[in-house]
Design a protein. Structure first.
Length: 321
C-alpha cells in the first residue's frame, strides 16, 4: 500500500443477544448495535423478531444447523471493513453464537487487538425470562443443562443431570425435545426422579414473551406429559421449591437463620454472619464428632459428602485407592 491508497476502515463483529424476543425486553445497547451494523446475520426466526430494525441493511439468514456458516460470514464481512452483527435471542453467550464465533476467529488467526474488534452484547436469557413469568424459581442456586445430544455425548449429559439433581440445584433444561429427539426428556425425568420427590414443582414455558407464549405448571412425575418442544424451557425445582397461588418460588434460605420475616435470628445464629453450619461452624462440628469417636466415613455419610471432605478438615489427605 502506498501513501495515496485509501485506508480501509477496520471491521467489527458485534455478537448481539436481544433478549427473549419482545421489543420492550431488548437492551438499549442491543438496539444500537443492530442500528450501527452494515450486515446482520442470524437464524431466520431471530431475523423475523427484529425485522423492524433492519431497513437498509444486508440481511443474511442461516438455518438452525448453519451456526459455523454464520461465524464465517461475520468474519469475512469484518475483514472487508464492515460492521457485522450476529444476532441471537436470549443471551448470545448462553447456548448461543459467541462461543463458536470466537473459536472460528481464533482458528483463523484473529487475536484481540489485531484490528478487528469483537463485542459481545448480553441479553436476558430464556432461563431468566421463563423464571420471571412463573414467579421466582431461581432465587437460590441453580444450573442449566441442555438435553441436545447433537454435539454433546449422552453420557456427559447423564453425569450432569445426576450431579445437579444430587446436589439439589434448581435445574433448567434447554433444548428438551424436538421432532427427532423425543426420548431425552423421558430419560432426564427418570434420572431426576432418583433424587427428587415426584411432587417436585416444574414449570414448562414455551416462547416466553412471544406471541405463542404458553405456561404449564406441573410436577416432576408428570413433566414428560406436558407439551414440550424446541422453543420450551423446563424449570425443575429443588427440595425447597413450592407452588402457591400459581407462583413457583424457591426460598432464598432465610428460614435457616430467622424466625419468620421479622428479622429475629434463631438461637445460635447472627445476622450478617455465616450460619452455625457455615464453613467454620461445620468444620468445628466435624472435629467435635471425631472427638466423640465417630469415624470419618460415618460423618461423611451423615452430611452426604465424600470422605475426602472430612479428611480435609483434619488435615489428613486421603490417598487415591
Amino acid at each position: 500500500m502506498n501513501a495515496t491508497d485509501p485506508i480501509q476502515k477496520a471491521g467489527k463483529i458485534i455478537l448481539v443477544g436481544f433478549g427473549p424476543g419482545a421489543p420492550e425486553h431488548m437492551s438499549l445497547r442491543a438496539r444500537a448495535a443492530i442500528a450501527e451494523a452494515d450486515v446482520v446475520i442470524g437464524y431466520a426466526t431471530y431475523i423475523r423478531l427484529v425485522k423492524d430494525l433492519l431497513d437498509g441493511k444486508l440481511v443474511i439468514r442461516k438455518g438452525m444447523t448453519e451456526e459455523l456458516d454464520r461465524c464465517n460470514e461475520a468474519w469475512e464481512h469484518a475483514r472487508q471493513g464492515k460492521i457485522a452483527a450476529v444476532i441471537s435471542s436470549g443471551d448470545i453467550g448462553v447456548y448461543g453464537m459467541a462461543g463458536p464465533t470466537y473459536e472460528v476467529l481464533l482458528q483463523a488467526g484473529w487475536r484481540p487487538g489485531s484490528g478487528i474488534e469483537v463485542e459481545v452484547v448480553p441479553g436476558a436469557t430464556a432461563l431468566s425470562a421463563c423464571a420471571a413469568l412463573v414467579g421466582a424459581p431461581l432465587t437460590h442456586d441453580f444450573c442449566s443443562i441442555s438435553l441436545s445430544d447433537l454435539l454433546t455425548p449422552w453420557p456427559v449429559i447423564v453425569r450432569r443431570l445426576n450431579a445437579a439433581a444430587h446436589a439439589d440445584f434448581v435445574v433448567a433444561l434447554y433444548n428438551p425435545k424436538s421432532g427427532r429427539r423425543t426420548g431425552q426428556i423421558i430419560e432426564a425425568q427418570r434420572i431426576l426422579l432418583r433424587h427428587r420427590a415426584p411432587e417436585t414443582p416444574v414449570a414448562v414455558v414455551k416462547s416466553a414473551y412471544r406471541k405463542k407464549q404458553a405456561i404449564q405448571l406441573t410436577t416432576l412425575a408428570q413433566m414428560a406429559e406436558s407439551e414440550i418442544g424446541m422453543l420450551t424451557t423446563v424449570l425443575i425445582g429443588n427440595s425447597s421449591t413450592f407452588v402457591q397461588d400459581g407462583l413457583m418460588i424457591t426460598p432464598r434460605g432465610y428460614a435457616n437463620k430467622y424466625a419468620g420475616f421479622g428479622g429475629q435470628a434463631l438461637a445460635g445464629e447472627q445476622a450478617g454472619r455465616s450460619l452455625s453450619l457455615g464453613l467454620e461452624g461445620w468444620q468445628a462440628d466435624v472435629r467435635e464428632r471425631l472427638a466423640q469417636g465417630q469415624h470419618a466415613e460415618e460423618i461423611a455419610c451423615f452430611f452426604d459428602l465424600p470422605p475426602e471432605e472430612i479428611d480435609a478438615v483434619i488435615g489428613n489427605p486421603r490417598l487415591p485407592a
